[in-house]
Design a protein around this ligand. Structure first.
Ligand code: FES
Length: 437
């Protein structure tokens, strides 16, 4: 049997496959774990009892419980290459939220031959939540494959497979790119795939890290999170595993935040603004319609609102929530999570002072002080006349000309405190020119 990718003409041989029934998560628990034995091409489900849930709370609890069950054969020999050395993956009981890149933590465990103890690493990426939403509280991988393989958990098809690893990529960041390319149905579907892979270095190093990647659909590239403790990547590679990946359907969280103190405060703000801005609401509605009122695109809607109004106002959140039926608290969470979105109105022009390492050592703090003094506003604030917002930011990406600042879209390098006033004057002059021109 083989799987032929719909997107790329790649045929992947299936070495073992296992179908399973769907489950509905109960208070965040699927009530079962998945075990894959690579030596025997065996895939099975083990039940999770109420007693286990009481005793082994959370991702680490489940990992330890699974590790202890597998540890017996390792009594007399512990090595990086021992096929019996298990690797366990345990998302927390609710597996974080899949709404925010990197927010879904997974605990991954194995045994270190160096310390002869269980090593654990806590890592982001979507693998944990996706494993949970595929219907498993944790995953154990044991054994060693006789050829290079991948484990594929296909949640929409309710199928777990061991596949021949016919991917070209060796390095984990390339594997993270190639797998969504092969297995996603289309560009948007790439975000439903989360990949775990060890880099090339793990083949040669005893302390290889393990990478958890997810597809950042806004930037159209994979982003990597690393489980860096004591050689988990090396144990993974020694199983002849190139990757483990899950694919899900469009996931909406199985729980929502309906109420919070912050939302109550925010309701007050909405009330105080009611009736004042019909045109504004019309424009916001037009933005929502541009995205087909699809709740999947609330972030894109908020980005458009931010661009148009220089903030995502309480009225905007209220309107988007009413139209898309997404809870206000969740939208508020998104609007305060991404630094490119702001609840309070930004100034016409944003001044960013880079505080990254290169700029820091070249006196960025003095430049920030100077702007704070000239504008009479602290970093993060907006001047009373709403002309400028001052921000202290991490590396702008122009370290060779540190210290660096950005005024609007213009980047200035080798800036000294004495230049700040001049640069502001220049900005004012430019604005005047645009207005008059
Ligand atoms: S550290 Fe400032 S631009 Fe890189």
């Amino acid at each position: 049997m083989s799987i032929t990718s719909q997107k790329k003409a790649v045929e992947t041989k299936v070495l073992a496959s296992f179908s399973y029934e769907p489950v509905t998560l109960d208070k965040g628990y699927a009530g079962r774990t998945l075990r894959v034995d690579l030596s025997h091409n065996e895939i099975r489900i083990d039940p999770v009892t109420e007693k286990m849930k009481e005793l082994w709370v959370g991702g680490k609890g489940f990992d330890l419980w699974l590790m202890f069950k597998e540890i017996q054969p390792l009594k007399d020999e512990i090595s990086w290459k021992h096929p019996g050395n298990p690797i366990c993956f345990g998302p927390g009981p609710l597996a974080g939220s899949v709404e925010f890149p990197g927010a879904g933590k997974t605990i991954v465990t194995s045994i270190s031959p160096v310390t002869e103890t269980i090593i654990d690493s806590n890592v982001g990426g979507y693998f944990g939540p996706y494993l949970k939403f595929a219907g498993f509280d944790a995953l154990t991988v044991v054994g060693k494959a006789s050829q290079e393989v991948m484990i594929y958990i296909d949640a929409p098809k309710r199928q777990v497979s061991i596949l021949e690893a016919n991917i070209e990529a060796k390095d984990s960041h390339l594997i993270a790119e190639e797998i969504p390319e092969i297995f996603a149905d289309n560009e948007l579907d790439k975000r439903n795939i989360a990949v775990v892979s060890a880099g090339q270095a793990s083949e040669h190093s005893k302390m290889g890290i393990l990478n958890f990647s997810f597809w950042d659909w806004r930037r159209s590239l994979p982003r990597l999170k690393q489980a860096g403790r004591g050689g988990i990547g090396t144990v993974f590679r020694n199983k002849n595993l190139r990757a483990i990946f899950t694919r899900n359907e469009q996931i909406m969280p199985s729980w929502t935040i309906e109420k919070s103190k912050v939302v109550d405060e925010f309701e007050e703000k909405v009330k105080s603004n009611e009736g004042c801005c019909k045109n504004t609401v019309d424009e916001i509605n037009a933005i929502i319609e541009k995205w087909d009122t699809n709740p999947e695109y609330v972030i894109e809607m908020m980005q458009d609102v931010q661009e148009r109004f220089r903030h995502v106002s309480p009225i905007a959140i209220d309107t988007i929530a009413a139209k898309t039926k997404r809870p206000k608290a969740e939208l508020y969470h998104i609007a305060t999570f991404y630094s490119s979105l702001t609840i309070d109105k930004k100034g016409e022009t944003t001044i960013q002072v880079c505080m990254g390492t290169a700029c820091h050592v070249k006196g960025a703090a003095r430049i920030l002080d100077t702007f704070e003094r000239i504008l009479d506003v602290k970093a993060g604030g907006t001047t009373n006349d709403k002309k400028y917002t001052l921000e202290a930011v991490a590396c702008i990406g122009a370290c060779s000309i540190a210290p660096v600042i950005k005024i609007g879209e213009k980047v200035y390098g080798n800036v000294m405190s004495k230049d700040c006033q001049k640069l502001l004057k220049k900005e004012e002059a430019n604005k005047k020119e645009v207005t008059n021109g």
